[in-house]
Design a protein around this ligand. Structure first.
Ligand SMILES: Cc1cc2nc3c(=O)[nH]c(=O)nc-3n(C[C@H](O)[C@H](O)[C@H](O)COP(=O)(O)OP(=O)(O)OC[C@H]3O[C@@H](n4cnc5c(N)ncnc54)[C@H](O)[C@@H]3O)c2cc1C
Ligand code: FES
Length: 272
């Protein structure tokens, strides 16, 4: 299955409507981008200019978290200078936003139940998908992992659209003490009827583990990759990841244009 790639994108000068902490080191930024809101599909991202000096010449990519009317939000973690500066930008500050970019998650009108697996800020990439799945009436379960309770994201957002959420934290401060992939394995051991489709985003190691679990249980899995990016337009090749072309062969594909969504088993995890 090839994930759909869309071509409508817009470079928009907009104003921050709100930019608030939602968990430790995590912020939700809201801005008005009518054209991006109109065309955004689950898994797509925006490329954001952060206007704070020469160290931040390159834009930074963030998944579109929600769409409401003409507004979009992005849910982001403070990682380095760019996201730190972004978190300090007040309501009313100007922002340049390019999007929607990349391909989308695939689902057929009447697919199997869905399991969303989000690690840390990776859950941000699954929220538009969660809304779309629920709109189609698809039975959907959320597995959300975090380092610890104060960094847990999106649980109430998922629950508000009717998704049951199971939580895992590395230190056991809430939910299962361990990895979110432990929850996935346990769940698949108990699931004897419909074959679920897995949708995942999170740290590299988590995505590799989800892929192995998908292979072990023979269920399909789509993942959103979050490689570092330069242009996000398919030109610089700064974002490539190895994709299998045969049993022992692979080619590099661009996460910004061929991705960010890939079939999990297409990724040549042994090459990284
Ligand atoms: C398609 C896509 C969607 C994304 N969506 C989101 C999102 O919704 N929410 C969110 O919080 N983040 C998201 N990210 C990651 C986000 O783009 C980075 O965290 C951000 O660019 C870091 O910028 P910075 O200036 O703060 O850090 P930098 O100063 O650029 O980097 C700080 C450190 O983090 C490392 N680093 C930076 N980016 C990455 C990365 N992508 N993977 C691994 N290591 C990295 C660098 O090597 C460096 O050591 C997404 C990435 C991609 C490619
Ligand atoms: S970021 Fe330049 S090709 Fe993908």
């Amino acid at each position: 299955m090839r994930n759909e790639r869309l071509s409508n994108n817009y470079d928009i000068h907009t104003t921050i409507l709100s930019n608030e902490a939602v968990a430790e080191a995590h912020y939700l930024l809201r801005c008005e981008c009518p054209e991006i809101a109109q065309y955004a599909r689950p898994g797509q991202f925006i490329h954001v200019t952060i206007p704070h000096g020469p160290g931040l010449l390159l834009r930074r990519p963030f998944t579109i978290y929600t769409v409401e009317g003409h507004e979009i939000t992005m849910l982001y973690q403070i990682i380095g200078d760019g996201t730190k500066h972004l978190s300090e930008m007040p309501t009313g500050a100007r922002l340049q936003v390019l999007g929607p970019l990349g391909n989308t998650f695939n689902f057929t009108p009447k697919p199997e139940p869905a399991i969303l697996v989000g690690g840390g800020a990776g859950i941000a990439s699954l929220m538009l998908l969660a809304v779309a799945l629920r709109q189609k009436g698809i039975e959907t379960l959320g597995l959300v992992g975090a380092q610890y309770h104060a960094r847990l994201l999106s649980v109430s957002d998922l629950e508000s659209i009717g998704i049951t959420v199971h939580i895992a934290t590395d230190d056991g401060s809430i939910g299962h003490h361990g990895y979110v992939t432990d929850l996935l394995t346990d769940l698949l051991k108990q699931t004897h009827c419909d074959r679920p489709t897995l949708y995942a985003c999170g740290p590299h190691g988590m995505l590799a583990a989800v892929t192995q679990i998908a292979v072990d249980f023979e269920v399909p899995a789509q993942i959103a990759m979050e490689n570092r990016m330069g242009c996000a337009m398919g030109v610089c090749l700064g974002c490539v990841c190895p994709v299998r072309t045969g049993t022992d062969s692979f080619e590099y594909q661009r996460v910004c244009t061929e991705g960010p969504v890939f079939n999990a088993t297409d990724i040549a995890w042994n090459v990284f």
